[in-house]
Design a protein around this ligand. Structure first.
Ligand code: 16G
Ligand code: ZN
Length: 538
């Protein structure tokens, strides 16, 4: 009998399979409305994470969260050794282990062990974290039971943001000098930020606070902790901190981005900076109110352009632009004006990938310095190993009395403020604040880098979203036949038109995006494409 079986017999009784419906590991792991059937899923994910740990001889992470979704949802996803999303081949194992019956479970575990040649004598090590949902604690306990079933050891980090858990896993496995502890995480950001500020002409500290909408979730709690490390170098004023409101309810990054308005109840003042994070703090958008009382959103595209244009300048001044290739990665949702600006005005190459962080992250690794952002605010900057080494080495001998030397030191500090492992709202905010301070830029200045083309993002309910198939990073429909030609025809009828449709990866709907030279044209295009989808897909 395999060594895990006696223990499995004991723990399985507490986590019997409750859901007959097939579930699959998607871009967000397993995610659904919470009811007690999620318990067995997370228990089995704990088992799988332990197997993955033995497979990679490394610490593996499990994060319990449903991100920007309502408080009644929850979910779970696995973090691979260097903080990446779970490898595709193992997503198949995840589907197998979750969808088999209780009776089949031992056999499925054994088949994964056999197929991956896992050495079962190693002790699995799993890091577990959770968001602030009421259901998260019991799910975390279920995960622990799963890991322990396989004889594994758990480090339970309790309430953490998703990027913090990714950081811990990466930091431990890569033996980073930045410790796999909360203190290590905060010190990495705050020490490098303070170093950066000392190199800036305009300011030694940023006096005006940035207001952070914590979505009534974990981001609020952790922004508060980060503040204690930042001291008076940067003031984070946290609102929607969970003391009164409900998680992600009329606040948070998803609300602000999709409704294009500030959170309900937040009294915005002209000239001030605001940022909203989502329920697990891996997404962020900025916004401000202009003097004429108009709300202006600075979404993931605007963040990406600010970071990319600033990096481009630093590379030029530091005379490192020949050695380090800079590039930007976006998805089809990126506003066309942002892509035009960065390619035409700044001469930085842009790649486009499918939706989902892992695709962008992967593509960004093709550059020495790759900036990637989804328009919804997921994103970060990744540096290749050799870029990190080159920058660290140049910084160690940089002459701070020259412009060139200062640029090298700033580049080095930025590479440490940013969470290179995964998009991280808190570290993204600190990077944006660093750039705005150094450039002495107001929100208006930032917003003026380019003007968004008017756009519409809407959804269509269809019977079966899988009838829509796409290629070319989701920008071209291959099925149903004729749909793409019909979309092209509508696009040709408006100025600067662009439109695409894709099946959602998270809900049973089709998403439609349209942009054009004027708001009327964008609306007209969207309406036309929605009709086409309804006609041809139902
Ligand atoms: C998931 C993805 C997010 C993407 C969204 C698209 C991760 C961590 N999250 O939340 O990047 O924007 O799905 O949803 O990859 P959709 O397929 O329903 O449009
Ligand atoms: Zn999220």
């Amino acid at each position: 009998m395999p060594s895990f079986e006696p223990m499995l017999e004991v723990t399985l009784k507490n986590y019997p399979k409750k859901n007959a419906a097939h579930v699959s590991y998607g871009t967000a792991g397993f995610r659904m409305k919470w009811d007690d059937s999620l318990d067995y899923i997370v228990y089995r994910v704990g088992i799988l994470a332990a197997l993955r740990s033995q497979d990679k001889t490394a610490v593996i992470g499990v994060m319990i969260t449903a991100s920007h979704n309502p408080i009644s949802d929850n979910g779970v996803k696995i973090v691979d050794p260097y903080g990446e999303m779970l490898e595709a081949h193992w997503e198949k194992f995840a589907n197998k282990i979750i969808n088999c019956s209780d009776e089949e479970l031992a056999g499925v575990i054994q088949s994964i062990i056999n197929e991956s040649n896992i050495n079962s004598s190693q002790t699995p090590q799993v890091y577990v974290g959770m968001d602030t949902r009421p259901s998260s604690k019991r799910l975390s306990a279920a995960c622990l039971a799963g890991v322990e079933t396989m004889g594994g050891k758990v480090a339970d980090f309790g309430f953490v943001t998703t990027p913090q858990l990714h950081y811990m896993v990466w930091s431990y496995n890569s033996k980073s000098t930045h410790q796999p502890t909360m203190e290590g995480y905060y010190r990495k950001i705050s020490d490098s930020f303070k170093r950066f500020l000392k190199l800036c002409k305009h300011t030694q500290s940023i006096s005006a606070p940035v207001t952070i909408d914590g979505a009534n979730g974990i981001g609020a709690l952790k922004a508060g902790e980060l503040q204690t490390y930042l001291g008076d170098s940067l003031s984070l004023k946290v609102v929607f901190d969970g003391t009164a409101g409900v998680l992600n309810d009329q606040c948070g990054a998803d609300y602000v981005k999709s409704k294009q308005t500030s959170p309900v109840g937040l009294d915005t003042l002209a000239g001030e900076r605001y940022a909203s994070v989502d329920g697990d703090a891996d997404r962020v958008v900025y916004y401000y109110k202009s003097k004429d009382d108009v709300f202006h959103l600075l979404d993931g595209d605007k963040l990406a352009i600010l970071m990319t244009s600033y990096l481009k300048r630093l590379l030029n001044t530091s005379k490192m632009s020949d050695a380090l290739a800079l590039g930007l990665v976006q998805t089809a949702y990126a506003n066309g004006a942002s892509t035009d600006y960065i390619t035409q005005q700044l001469d930085v190459p842009v790649a486009c990938t499918k939706t989902g962080v892992k695709h962008l992250h992967h593509a960004a690794l093709d550059y020495d310095i790759g900036v990637y952002f989804e328009a919804n605010g997921h994103g970060t900057i990744v540096f290749s190993k050799s870029a990190n080494n080159l920058i660290a080495e140049a910084a160690s001998r940089a002459d701070a009395s020259t412009e060139e030397g200062v640029a090298v030191l700033k580049l080095h500090a930025l590479s440490e403020i940013i969470n290179q492992v995964v998009g991280d709202a808190l570290s993204d905010i600190v990077v944006i604040e660093a750039i705005l301070a150094d450039e002495n830029m107001s929100m208006e200045d930032w917003d003026k880098q380019y003007t968004d083309l008017p756009n519409v993002l809407t959804t269509v309910k269809v019977e079966d979203r899988s009838v829509i198939q796409t290629t070319n990073a989701e920008r071209t429909v291959t099925n149903p036949e004729g749909l793409q030609a019909a979309i092209d025809n509508l696009v040709a009828q408006v100025s600067r038109g662009r439109s695409f449709v894709r099946p959602s990866g998270t809900e049973n709907i089709v998403r439609v995006y349209a942009e054009a030279g004027t708001k009327d044209e964008a609306n007209k295009l969207a309406t036309g494409v929605v009709s086409l989808v309804k006609e041809m897909c139902n």
